[in-house]
Design a protein around this ligand. Structure first.
Ligand code: PLP
Length: 400
């Protein structure tokens, strides 16, 4: 039957042949997934993995990336979310109920804390803060449900006693959720770490950072080895309508091939720059888990592979420098751009006032403004020169 041109355009006859193969997997974009017949419709099992019934429940494109992320992190089951923060929120909203207690490290990723404070006010969830370097400060009551772990903390870069914290949580039957963005599945295996092969229950990853690697895509994941936990998350994910775009997934999938190389390069550049930063008189403290003077260094050493320490390094300026000096330093950097996030090709800088960011006392942190450098893919020599110039300019302005 000859069709009208408009219909013919929509029902194009050519289909990709099955035998063709390409370096990158084909990209599926879908809200609708077409059922072959009513049998297929009535027999769909959307709560099963790899059932194709509607775009929000997944496509071969999203499952391919999810499988890769799960494998990278040492897990079995996965869910993708539109940002790292939405992956965090999925865990919080799925597992926390009224009256229950959630434990968070004092150096927690800030927006996670904001989300939990909101749940506290509106739904009566109790937020308790522990010092990631002091196991005794984690004192769960019988209402405790979940503990968040971050290794390392994303601004002050303390590496926690993961072994101790996970063992204590398990002894109290508390779910462990690790924000695994820093380690990215490369620095250590969140599902099998330490001498005793300990494992977290849930690993959350801001794929926005190393897996994307471009500074241009937002995405998150939640990985577990526990089928029951996964099914709870899966249902919450489905009923909340959390879905990712096939195009974004394809971009992250494409970047995964180079992720390990980028991570290694940025780790090694950061170590290089760390050595130089430690010699500069303007800084009273340099924070990086691979540095023996950094808080939690021994725990980093216990768990992480040699040389795997991501691309973040923070400095604390001597307290004689005021906010305007630090601002002038940041404004004078040319290669380092002022912005949030990390893991992309461009080096970034961000300034923080720790006074507003901590609940507990932290004797290991000196007074002064903190600046965090996120090392990109530029040559470390050029980055050092950039910092050097900005320091010289800052001092010139201060002395004028
Ligand atoms: C960036 C980041 C997130 C959130 O990821 P987004 O995709 O930006 O929402 C969560 N945790 C850590 C440690 C991060 O660095």
């Amino acid at each position: 039957m000859k069709k009208n041109p408009q219909t013919a355009l929509i029902h194009a006859p050519r289909k990709a042949p099955q035998y063709i193969s390409t370096v990158q997997p084909p990209l599926y974009r879908a809200s609708t997934i077409i059922f072959n017949n009513t049998d297929a419709l009535f027999n769909r099992h959307w709560t099963d993995d790899y059932d194709y019934s509607y775009g929000t429940h997944g496509t071969p494109t999203t499952f391919t990336l999810g499988d890769n992320i799960a494998q990278l992190e040492g897990g079995l089951y996965h869910l993708l979310t539109p940002s790292g923060l939405s992956a965090i929120n999925l865990v919080n909203s799925c597992f926390l109920s009224q009256g229950e207690e959630v434990w968070v490290p004092d150096n927690i990723y800030g927006p996670n804390m904001e989300h939990l404070r909101n749940l506290e006010t509106r739904y009566g969830i109790q937020v308790q803060v522990y010092n990631p370097l002091c196991l005794e400060s984690f004192n769960p009551s019988d209402k405790a449900k979940l503990i968040w772990l971050e290794a390392a903390g994303s601004v002050t870069l303390e590496f926690p006693d993961l072994n101790g914290l996970v063992k204590k949580a398990q002894a109290h039957n508390i779910l462990t959720a690790l924000d695994n963005t820093w380690g990215a599945g490369l620095a250590f295996n969140a599902f099998d770490f330490g001498d005793e092969h300990l494992s977290v229950d849930l690993s959350v990853h801001a794929l926005t950072k190393y897996p994307s690697g471009g500074g241009d895509i937002l995405m998150g994941s939640v990985v577990t080895r526990d089928k029951e936990l996964h099914h709870q998350l899966f249902r919450a994910h489905a009923i909340q309508g959390i879905a990712v775009s096939g195009d974004d997934v394809a971009q992250v999938q494409r970047s995964l091939a180079s992720m390990q190389l980028r991570y290694a390069h940025q780790s090694s550049s950061a170590l290089n720059i760390l050595t130089w930063l430690k010699q500069q008189a303007e800084f009273v403290q340099v924070l990086h888990p691979a540095d023996p003077h950094s808080a939690g260094h021994q725990y980093w050493k216990e768990i992480c592979k040699e040389g795997h320490s991501a691309g973040l390094v923070s400095v604390i300026f001597d307290s004689k420098y005021e906010l305007q000096d630090i601002r002038s330093f940041c404004d004078n950097l040319k290669l380092f751009k002022l912005g949030f996030s990390w893991g992309g090709p461009v080096s970034l800088v961000m300034l923080y006032n720790l006074k507003d960011m901590r609940v507990l006392e932290h004797s290991h942190l000196k007074e002064g403004f903190l600046v965090r450098f996120c090392i990109g893919l530029e040559h470390p020599e050029d980055l050092i020169e950039d910092i050097q110039h900005a320091l010289q300019n800052m001092k010139k302005v201060k002395n004028e």
